[in-house]
Design a binder for this molecule. Sequence first.
Ligand SMILES: *Cc1c(COP(=O)(O)O)cnc(C)c1O
Length: 463
Amino acid sequence: MKYISTRGEMPPISFIETVFEGLAPDGGLIIPERIPLLSKEEKERWKNLSYLELAYEVFRLFVSEIPEEDLKDLVKKSYSTFHHPEVTPVLKVGKVYILELFHGPTFAFKDVALQFLGNLFEYLLKKEDRKINILGATSGDTGAAAIYGVKGKSNIAIFILHPHKRVSPVQALMMTTVLDPNVHNLAILGSFDDCQAIVKELFMDLPFKKKYNLTAINSINFARILAQIVYYFYAYFRISESTGVEEVRFSVPTGNFGDIFAGFLAKRMFGEGIERLILATNENDILSRFVNYGDYSVREVIPTISPAMDIQIASNFERYLYYLYGEDAQRTSFAMQKFAHTKKLIFSEEEIKRVQRDFLSRSVNQEETLQTIKDFYAETGYLLDPHTAVGVKAGLTFKDERPMICLATAHPAKFPEVVSKAIGKGFSLPEEIERLKAQPQKFEVLEKDRETVRGYLERFAIT
Ligand SMILES: *Cc1c(COP(=O)(O)O)cnc(C)c1O
């Protein structure tokens, strides 16, 4: 499998190059040159596989350059850090299914992708005798999961920008209590979009990027999307096995469009099986407006109780746009350049109809989110984190006769203030989280200024 850019100006590259490239040199996002379609035989064969076996089968379709045994080892190593033998178990809770994606080391679904990516980096760097500096922006979960993915690994330094005091205290602690010398936490005096803009601009500076082997770990890295495809299949097979049902819907709490884009690929690969994906947003509803009205226009970021979704410009959206435009790279490129100036894209009735064959969407406000946590707990005894609650609320809205599988993207203990407020009482946190509070921290507060960040990198990058 080769990889191409959504903007069409990059000669096809290998999977390994894709892993290190992050953003394509033409400013586009990297995608596989085609989406594999599963055969009936493959589906039959896959349905009884364990998570690890399934991950290997999915990866193999997209990764041609890593020997079989090595790829198997990478999968095994990446998911042995999870606290659950099924890696991503799926449970029936009340009227919906909950796909628990939070059993990794940082209690968030991003571990599924970043434990794999960290090991993949280490493996490839050793083989090629290279060093990289990872640069990324986080609104919370990505940073912690990225840091846990690479902390202490050789040939890698990591620089993670987060909006100072705008990530939850537990999330901040998870990042800042990592003291490994290859880990650099940069607390930026600004919003997540400011952090993301600085990172994007530094990546666009090609000589700088090249000099320091700057590498992305945020959700634009295709290897992350790849890892996230697996649990859509895994959940589908568990439910069709237990209920005999052949068609399901997934509800996905969405920010940067990475997770749901993985769902979109799974849906395409499957052909039939995933009827539609529910795109759930909080009050930062650009993607809901896109699905419902064809209005993709940027507004101010509103800080909410589901901060990992407090995003206006969804960095993976361009990938979907490419498919919506019938894989027309020129049109995608033109639209994205226009969007960079006008902060707005408008879609035709016909396009909106096509979008709505893939997605249903709604935005869930903070009051509804709290109410959902409260009601769900009262009805089932199950605690939802605020991101998952947004997805559950949207999932319940679009619940029909098909199983509704709601992705649980974080453990409730990552947002104890919000969850306690919703249920009107405290609850006990896992010991791994409790322990962090007493540990020393390491981070640097910086202005929201590209040159300041560049200067910091120049001082601390490994070369
Ligand atoms: C990152 C994140 C999301 C959003 O996922 P995207 O891939 O950015 O759409 C949702 N919930 C939690 C807890 C997250 O960390």
